[in-house]
Design a protein around this ligand. Sequence first.
Ligand code: 13P
Length: 233
Amino acid sequence: LIVAGNFKTFKTRKGTREYLEELEKLVSDSKSEVVVFPPATAIQDRIEKVEIGTQNLYPTKNGAFTGEIGLEQIEEFGIKTVLLGHSERRDILNESEDLIAQKFRFYSKEKLRIVFCVGENLEIRESGEDEVFKFLQNQLININLDYENFVIAYEPIWAIGTGFTPTLEQIETIAKKLKELTGKDVLYGGSVKPENVADILSQKSVSGVLVGGASLKADQFAKIVKIADEVSK
Ligand code: 13P
């Protein structure tokens, strides 16, 4: 199972280093794959068990793209995993389908592992499961599903940072369909916490979780990792 933490725009370089030192001690013997996505200023070399990924990248090795980072900046730290298509980038930073597709194309050529986020808003969820799946399918339309090194993160927008989650049945239904469509592992994200992670990970088609708020404290995130270890699959 994959247990990933997305820090978003939380934590400094120093705070991230302290966090990782604490987390390493707590999860060193975990059988889960543990990945942390700190902000760009805090990306650093892997210590041991916990992999470091990056929350976003511009589709370039380097160049004149003020404010962005590209391949050269992460290669220095041996980073091999990138999060793409997060709803906050789509909705708050106005990232277009086209730009997301360019990023996917560029970083799949570079053989990075891509965690590709999809997710519907509340209005779509309220129009029913078929509409939800149609929407998610569209978010994947410009993406090369044959690329081997990527996983899907299903993150319903209305579940992010709200404390609400879909029912377990709804999570399984969507994860199963996404898995059938793409042949990839599917993670679930949106208000994951120690109290609900066992049930979520017990769903047959869910291969991991992407955690926001509850990943920010090392001991709480380690608790989620421990619970993931106990869910046998
Ligand atoms: P929360 O766990 O805070 O709901 O955030 C989920 C998320 O957006 C992870 O990428």
